[in-house]
Design a protein around this ligand. Structure first.
Ligand code: NAD
Ligand code: SF4
Length: 441
């Protein structure tokens, strides 16, 4: 069932501008929140069960409560808008069409966290969006929702937009902070977490765009009501950016009670697969999460339907399950070559590795080279085991999650589609001209 909290006004003409946003009830949540105490708002966010929408799914209320508050040290909210995960474009949609939803969410969040200077760090490739955000910030300021003594509360807040330089790694929160400080975006070792030592060593909360936008409906309807939407620990609504072999690519807001099958085939969402082709596999949470073959995607290991939520997608752990991740839903039909697809991802992670850790720097390069060889029909059977061995040596042995993100797609592809790798090796003459095909497995 479609439940709209974030996108309910997305199609209202002019919603990008303050006047229209305000007419639709915009900044009502901010007015309500600024009459509450920071502790009361934090309790609402905790009660909502909101989990970080950038990919990790860490409880937002808990993250906020970890923020250190040493006397006399400024604190910061930093919004991670460096949305670079392949297949993920839901934050772009929010910022482009509903910039005031983000600004309002930032105002409320900054008030709770005591951040008088907050930042939006946006990926360099979203070149047209900073102007939209900066215009919205100016409008909010002119209306008294940003700047000094907001709504007479004595609370001051400025928001600045910082453009990234186009590196995927700057979406990792500590690399982002390095970049925001004007340095090369190399991830830092954690702990200390940013909540203790973040921007300029000050306590910092880094949250995804969608997480901060969700604060507005949480305050509007209360945390308890928000928690009633969805199921289990998958509360509220989630934006999904759907792409690949589907009839209706786009950004959808779901309430996490629908099945994967409904999401792919219903006209309300993806509208099925073009030309009546069969579903081969799907990556449901952005390229970093494991690929799942159709049979395991439509049902769990217990034969239950698989749902579009954190728990159901992870059912069975990484052996058969995957993750909700960032909500970048990539659909592959029967014509897609898994080896080529895995090679493309390996090239991406190799290119984007910052090079600080040996397993990631060297391992991603090796995985790409071996996959390229197999895809060209020049591979040997032992290459599959070598690939498996390399990804095992990367996983869990690096500073930041890019290493895991590079290892998991390779592991999942071998685990679920090993016969397709073998077919490429056994049929070098067909390797580049034909696909292994659905009928073969
Ligand atoms: P993480 O699990 O390490 O951390 C999640 C958050 O919780 C972080 O903000 C971290 O600081 C905080 N946290 C965790 N433990 C804490 C503690 N003890 N004290 C204080 N704070 C604590 O994951 P991550 O590195 O933030 O994110 C990884 C995910 O990002 C991947 O799963 C992937 O899906 C996703 N991702 C998304 C994109 C995108 O474009 N949206 C791009 C790349 C990766
Ligand atoms: Fe850099 Fe890769 Fe190490 Fe992350 S895992 S710090 S991207 S080398």
């Amino acid at each position: 069932m479609s439940k709209k909290l974030l996108l309910k006004d997305a199609h209202v003409e002019g919603i990008r501008y303050f006047e229209t946003y305000r007419k639709q009830g915009g900044y009502g949540a901010a007015e309500k929140a600024l009459k509450m105490t920071a502790e009361e708002i934090l309790e609402e966010v905790k009660a909502s069960g909101l989990r970080g929408r950038g990919g990790a799914g860490f409880p937002t209320g808990m993250k906020w409560s970890f923020l250190a508050k040493p006397e006399g040290v400024p604190r910061h909210l930093v919004v991670n808008a460096d949305e670079s995960e392949p297949g993920t474009f839901k934050d772009r949609y929010l910022m482009e069409f509903l910039p005031h939803l983000l600004i309002e969410g930032m105002l409320i969040s900054s008030f709770v966290l005591g951040s008088n200077v907050s930042y939006i760090y946006i990926r360099g490739e979203y070149s047209w969006i900073p102007d939209i955000l900066e215009e919205a910030i100016e409008e909010a300021k002119a209306a008294g929702f940003l700047g000094k003594n907001i709504l007479g509360t004595g609370f001051d807040c400025e928001i600045y937009v910082q453009r990234g330089g186009g590196a995927y790694i700057c979406g990792e929160e500590t690399a982002l902070l390095e970049s925001l400080e004007g340095k090369r975006g190399n991830p830092r070792l954690k702990p200390p977490f940013p909540a203790v030592k973040g921007l300029w060593e000050r306590p910092t909360v880094v949250n995804n765009v969608e997480s901060i936008a969700a604060i507005v409906p949480i305050i509007d309807i209360t945390g308890a009501e928000y928690a009633k939407i969805g199921v289990g620990r998958s509360t509220g609504t989630k934006l999904i950016s759907a792409c690949g072999n589907i009839n209706k690519p786009g950004v959808y807001e779901i309430d996490m009670t629908i099945t994967v099958e409904e999401f792919i085939y219903s006209d309300e969402y993806c509208g099925g697969i073009p030309n009546g082709k069969k579903l081969k596999a799907c990556i449901p949470g952005g390229s970093s999460v494991p690929i799942v073959p159709a049979n395991l995607l439509l049902k769990t290991v217990n034969g239950e339907p698989r749902y579009m939520n954190y728990e159901s997608l992870a059912d069975g752990g990484f052996a058969t399950g995957t993750m909700m991740g960032s909500g970048g839903f990539i659909v592959l039909d029967e014509d897609q070559c898994i080896v080529e697809h895995t090679m493309t991802l390996a090239r991406f992670y190799n290119h984007e590795s910052c090079g600080q850790c040996t397993p990631c720097r060297e391992g991603t390069g090796w995985m790409y080279k071996i996959l390229k060889k197999i895809e060209k029909g020049e591979g040997k059977m032992e290459d599959i085991d070598l690939l498996w061995d390399i990804q095992r040596k990367i996983e869990g042995n690096t500073i930041c999650p890019l290493g895991d993100a590079a290892a998991w797609p390779v592991a999942a592809a071998i685990r679920h589609f090993r016969d397709e790798f073998e077919w490429h090796i056994k049929n070098p003459e067909l390797s580049q001209t034909q696909n292994y095909g659905l009928a073969n497995y």
